[in-house]
Each structure stands twice: as structure tokens, then as C-alpha cells.
Write a protein that binds this ligand. Structure first.
Ligand code: ADP
Length: 156
């Protein structure tokens, strides 16, 4: 089975993340959206809220699952017998950051069995980020245009 882990904070999931997952669905048998838990980080949404947003967003996708993990992404991948890490690229800054992580992950997996697969953001989605969404929410602005329905519902 070709399984990909899409790791991230997803605080909250955005239409940028959605676009990457939707386009990766035909490429893999299963995609696990895995929320990395970092005890040093402050989140706007609890782990359960973030998982629920993702669950609802992909309820019509039988091959998309949500999970959480602590520690290194590659260790999580190994525990799940996963060979692919999925990441999105928005801009040169993402590229530089992602390059060092992907190369580190490759160096750490001595048998080189885990490959990182990158999808380029769709035009019109590259400006979207969870941090911008959080900023807009905190000032009461119109964040709805950047998130899936499940996240829009928090306002109601
Ligand atoms: P992290 O905390 O690991 O940066 P994020 O939840 O912010 O986690 O992002 C997870 C992944 O989604 C990253 O690969 C990021 O580049 C990608 N991503 C986020 N927003 C977009 C977007 N608008 N278009 C394409 N990829 C995106």
C-alpha cells in the first residue's frame, strides 16, 4: 500500500492544506493527516478541535485519516509503516525550510525508505497560512474565505 503522512500543526486546517490533500488523494492509497504535538508550542485550537475540523472536512474521503503524534515525523512514519511524507510548497521560504527538513529526514533514515513528496500550492492559495488565519480570527476579521466549512462553523 502506498501511504503518505501529511504532518503539520493544522492550527487550523486551511484551504491551502485542503488543496494539497485533495490533489494527493489520487496519488496514494491512503493519506494520514498527522498533527504533530509540540509541548513548547501554544496553539489557538486544542488538539481535539483541530482533529475534529480535519475529520469533518474529509468525511467524504474514505482514504483520508487523521491522527496525532509526538516526536520525530520519521519515527511516526516507521511506526505506521509509511514510506511517504507529503508537504506543500508555497514560496522560496517554504522551499528552503522544507529542503533542510527533507534532507535531514533522509539522512536520519539510513535505509532511505522514506521519501518526501512535494506539491506546489495552487495559484490563488499560496497566500493562505494557518498563522494568517489565526491573526484574522484574533482581530475578528473575515477568515472564512481561507478555511473549509468545518472551521467556518466556529463562528456560528
Ligand atoms: P507546520 O507547523 O509543519 O508548518 P502547517 O500546518 O503550517 O504545519 O503546514 C503543514 C504543511 O502544509 C506544510 O508542508 C505547509 O507548507 C503546507 N501548507 C500550508 N499552507 C499551504 C498552502 N496555502 N499551500 C500549499 N501548502 C501549504
Amino acid at each position: 500500500m502506498k501511504i503518505a503522512v501529511f504532518p503539520g500543526s493544522f492550527d487550523p486546517i486551511t484551504l491551502g492544506h485542503y488543496d494539497i490533500v485533495e490533489r494527493a488523494v489520487p496519488l496514494f492509497d491512503k493519506i494520514i493527516i498527522a498533527i504533530g504535538k509540540n509541548s513548547q508550542k501554544k496553539y489557538m485550537f486544542s488538539l481535539e478541535q483541530r482533529k475534529e475540523f480535519i475529520r469533518k472536512t474529509f468525511e467524504k474521503f474514505p482514504n483520508v485519516e487523521v491522527d496525532d503524534f509526538e516526536g520525530l515525523t520519521i519515527d511516526y512514519c516507521k511506526s505506521k509503516d509509511v514510506n511517504f511524507i507529503l508537504r506543500g510548497l508555497r514560496n522560496p521560504a517554504d522551499f528552503e525550510f522544507e529542503k533542510s527538513i527533507a534532507q535531514t529526514n533522509r539522512a536520519l533514515t539510513r535505509d532511505n525508505t522514506i521519501e518526501t513528496i512535494f506539491l506546489l500550492t495552487s495559484s490563488g492559495k499560496s497566500y493562505i497560512s494557518s498563522s494568517i488565519v489565526r491573526e484574522i480570527i484574533s482581530y475578528g476579521g473575515n477568515y472564512e474565505i481561507m478555511v473549509p466549512d468545518a472551521v467556518r462553523a466556529i463562528k456560528e
